[in-house]
Design a protein around this ligand. Sequence first.
Ligand SMILES: Nc1ncnc2c1ncn2[C@@H]1O[C@H](COP(=O)(O)OP(=O)(O)OP(=O)(O)O)[C@@H](O)[C@H]1O
Ligand SMILES: [Mg+2]
Length: 139
Amino acid sequence: MAKETQEFGQNFANKLKGGETLALIGDLGGGKTTFVQGLAQGLGIKENITSPTFILMKEYDIKIKDQKSKIKNLYHLDLYRLEGDIEKEVKNLGIEDIWGKEENIVVIEWADKIEDMLPPHTIRIYFEEIGDERKIMVK
Ligand SMILES: Nc1ncnc2c1ncn2[C@@H]1O[C@H](COP(=O)(O)OP(=O)(O)OP(=O)(O)O)[C@@H](O)[C@H]1O
Ligand SMILES: [Mg+2]
């Protein structure tokens, strides 16, 4: 059930301190976008999350529900359609000034395409599709 993946994302949001980069890796249809929808919900974002396939990156403002939380923005990237010098395209988004800042959470679908430039301490989350089932692994 997609709900399980969504709930997993929602719970994951509660553990975030700020500054995390989440690299989502794995099968087409493995549940990456569903995870981001849950994550966004867990961060208190009300907007509907769709994959930023054609515009590469979407930014969402986070309304502070917990005064102690430093997290202000969620950045969602999807590299699926990118070809050629993918690292350059992602750098052109200014990503290196975004990730690692404590007010930002960055979540990247198909992040294995920029494996070599992912910042240290990136949290890698692997998605597998096994028939109707989905397996999620955090490393
Ligand atoms: N745990 C789950 N069990 C069953 N179906 C799921 C589960 N999680 C997500 N799905 C369903 O799988 C389909 C693909 O999900 P989703 O779009 O999130 O995958 P994705 O990894 O983002 O795909 P893409 O590689 O195309 O970006 C959706 O129909 C979604 O509802
Ligand atoms: Mg997706």
